[in-house]
Design a protein around this ligand. Structure first.
Ligand code: C5P
Length: 241
């Protein structure tokens, strides 16, 4: 895999920074293709941050993890699509009606703005959960893998373009849901880095080998002594020179 192909598989999560810190970081990483704008950055900087990052030449994954009644999901996805975000997250547990309407409205929104249709990604179970927590906090007795499969299936049936899952679930989900359904995984930790609050983790290379379409990495890059070296090391691990 060339460095460009590796960088295209790596989405940098821009958490814990304001706009000027974000731009100072991204200027240091010329190979960067994808950034993830999460709730923290979106709420502090507003939707203009998405437009600013696109204008800078980056592809934006807008990770708002939308979860609401169908009409509200539809309106939010229509507006999100008009900002030019190429990936947008919704919660699979919002249910089929919400997912279908969100997907249709995202397509309408992008068409109205003369932009390509974004891909919606359904969040299955956050990577900060494990089976024990599902049982003790939510009384969900089902093994986490089964729960993830059920939620991914909802998303698939609703026509959503892919889902977010832990790298530990990628292999089994790929057997159930073939391409072009995308499997995007956070919970990535290069060898030797802290797991932070992530409970279901894998290294970048392992996740891609298991079939992840793209990986999301935040703190192992943004909080490292040299974010640019950490980014490049992951690209190298994925096969770039
Ligand atoms: O810093 P770290 O690499 O743990 O960042 C992971 C990013 O992926 C965070 O922005 C987090 O919100 C997001 N995410 C996650 N688990 C999910 C979905 C999204 O960690 N299931």
């Amino acid at each position: 895999m060339s460095t460009k192909q590796s960088a295209d598989k790596l989405i940098l999560a821009l958490d814990g920074m304001n706009k000027s810190e974000v731009f100072s970081l991204i200027r240091d990483i010329p190979e960067l293709c994808w950034v993830k704008v999460g709730l923290e950055l979106f709420i502090s900087e507003g939707p203009d941050i998405v437009i600013a990052l696109r204008d800078y030449g980056l592809k934006v994954f807008l990770d708002l993890k939308l979860h609401d009644i169908p009409v509200t999901m539809a309106g939010a996805c229509r507006n999100a699509a008009q900002s030019g975000a190429e990936l947008i997250t919704v919660h699979a547990c919002a249910g089929i009606d919400s997912l279908v309407q969100a997907n249709e409205s995202a397509k309408e929104g992008s068409a109205q703005a003369n932009l390509p249709a974004p891909t919606l990604l359904a969040v299955t179970i956050l990577t900060s959960w494990n089976s024990m927590k599902l049982k003790s906090e939510l009384s969900l007795d089902q093994p986490i893998e089964k729960r993830v499969e059920l939620l991914a299936d909802l998303a698939f049936k609703a026509g959503i373009g892919g889902c977010i899952c832990s790298p530990l679930e990628v292999k089994s989900l790929r057997q159930l849901f073939s391409l072009p359904f995308q499997l995007v995984t956070p919970g990535i930790r290069p060898k030797g880095s802290s797991s932070d609050d992530q409970l279901r983790i894998m290294t970048p290379k392992e996740a891609i080998q298991c079939g992840a379409s793209r990986i999301v990495v935040g703190r192992p890059i943004t909080q490292s002594i040299s974010p640019v070296s950490s980014f490049q090391a992951i690209c190298k691990e994925l096969g770039g020179s």
